[in-house]
Design a protein. Sequence first.
Length: 72
Amino acid sequence: MFSKKKHGFFCRCELCKLKRRQSILYIGCLIAFVIVILYQAFLTILVTTKLNAVLLFIELMMFTIGIVRMLF
């Protein structure tokens, strides 16, 4: 089934979107990213460092990509 259509990382078909929405591991990773992002934001408010700001930016990008892949 999947070998014919070559479903990959950027596949946007309805079946792949449905699988991503129902995947406990995928949702768990997104929730973990939210927790880490909130922690990093809290640390950025208290102690602003360049490393912390860069990590927060990277984590926000990864979270955004995960949400966009799940919705579209």
